[in-house]
Design a protein around this ligand. Structure first.
Ligand code: SF4
Length: 414
């Protein structure tokens, strides 16, 4: 057990992580866990985990735990025993863990939820069945929807992690991954208002000893820091250490890049999907959906339409965290360029409406009696409600009003 009071970086009451064990028996070709732990699986006993939680709960009042393990749910007996201990104790805590799609079932999720599990991290990696086999992940992707239904039923929030840029990956494979991400968003958009954290997209990094590294080991080049890639940050190394990194590709292969045509063309795709796409789908849900339809329901095709202007937002001097309003304006300007190219009266109208909704909500915070009347070229209220393209609908006037601190929008017929 750790005496948290000795760690001045941890404030009491925060969520803490507990080391639950290590190792994984699966053989995914990009993953370093199997090299590190030689595919052996070890997990702390249910009672030991429970005792650790009891200690931190009673000593520090901590009520939120991350159980750190590559695949916590693999030993089902242990998971059930752990959940039963928590249920018998009546502790009011929540916790999260990691899993594979094929290592959970409904009964298990049900008891985990009753025992306080609120978060599960799933590594799906690719939405392409072909690539599932190539990288030896071998997940049955058709199970995803059922698992999402169970998670929703039992109130567990997932995070789905994806990777792109595998040496054998095609553009079609990447598109399948992006389309799966969008599909996940569609399944969850009515459950959360923000969907933040629902998925992650990473560009493949080649870890030492992995099969993916073997495929490209004589074609790697050293790369300087990339804009937000924590695994490659060199900020804390001195010149001597940097020399060691550059001359030891086998040990520090994660600092090296495999420059394929696909990886070069899609070099900013991870940034786009983790930052810009998230905000576009949340605030411009229908605009994005209709743009996607215009792009043949291919998220990759739609991404290409953003590519011309993406540098303007990626390398602009503001930080995403500093001012959300400035960032939102930059996302809006970027989206606006793509909307103009779409050359559709209805998409332009719904884009304007969704933008007005955002600004009316934030402008309106302390103004009880503010009213605005706006005109749109199509019936955007119906489009928003039905998430449909109503290109032939007629012009509407809408009344924006504040109601219980929220924007309310109705037709204005005067
Ligand atoms: S990616 Fe996950 S399932 Fe695959 S080997 Fe690594 S830890 Fe195991």
């Amino acid at each position: 057990m750790i005496d948290i009071s000795l760690l001045n970086c941890v404030s009491i009451g925060d969520r803490i992580s507990i080391d639950a064990g290590r190792g994984c028996p699966f053989g995914c070709s990009f993953c370093s866990a199997k090299m590190m732990w030689e595919r052996s699986f070890r997990i702390k006993s249910a009672n030991r985990l429970y005792q650790e939680i009891l200690y931190y709960y009673h000593e520090y009042g901590i009520t939120n735990y991350g159980l750190e393990h590559d695949i916590f749910v693999l030993d089902k007996k242990n998971v059930y025993a752990f959940c039963n201990l928590l249920l018998q104790s009546g502790l009011d805590i929540e916790w999260g863990c990691s899993a594979r799609l094929d290592s959970v079932d409904e009964d298990m999720l049900k008891i985990m939820s009753k025992a306080g599990c609120r978060r599960i991290y799933f590594g799906i990696e690719t939405g392409s069945t072909r690539m599932q086999k190539k990288i030896s992940k071998n997940l049955n992707l058709s199970k995803l929807d059922t698992i999402c239904d169970w998670l929703q039923e039992y109130g567990i929030i997932p995070r789905f992690s994806f990777i792109y840029g595998f040496p054998e990956e095609s553009y079609e494979d990447v598109d399948a991954t992006l389309n799966m991400i969008y599909h996940i968003y569609e399944k969850w958009r009515n459950v959360f208002s923000s969907c933040k954290g629902l998925f992650q997209l990473h560009k493949l990094i080649f870890y030492p000893g992995t099969e993916e590294l073997q495929k490209v080991s004589n074609r790697l080049e050293y790369v300087e820091n990339t804009h937000y890639d924590a695994s490659r940050s060199i900020d804390h190394w001195n010149n001597e250490e940097l020399k060691d990194i550059v001359s030891n590709v086998d040990i520090f292969s994660n600092y090296f890049e495999f420059k394929s045509e696909l990886r070069s063309k899609l070099k900013d795709l991870d940034y786009f999907f983790n930052i810009i796409f998230y905000n576009a789908i949340i605030y411009y849900d229908v605009t994005y959906k209709l743009l996607l339809e215009k792009s043949g329901n291919s998220n990759l095709n739609l991404y290409y339409k953003f590519l011309d202007s993406i540098d303007e937002i990626m390398y602009s001097p503001f930080s995403y965290c500093e001012s959300f309003e400035i960032f939102f304006k930059a996302v809006t300007d970027l989206l606006h360029k793509v909307v103009i190219k779409a050359n559709s009266k209805s998409i332009k109208a719904i884009f304007e409406f969704e933008k007005d909704m955002f600004y009316f909500n934030i402008d309106n915070i302390n103004v009880e009696d503010r009213r605005q009347i706006k005109k749109y070229e199509c019936d955007v209220l119906k489009m928003k409600k039905m998430r449909l393209n109503l290109e032939d609908s007629s012009e509407v006037k809408l009344l924006f009003e504040k109601c219980n601190n929220k924007a309310k929008v109705t037709y204005y017929n005067k």
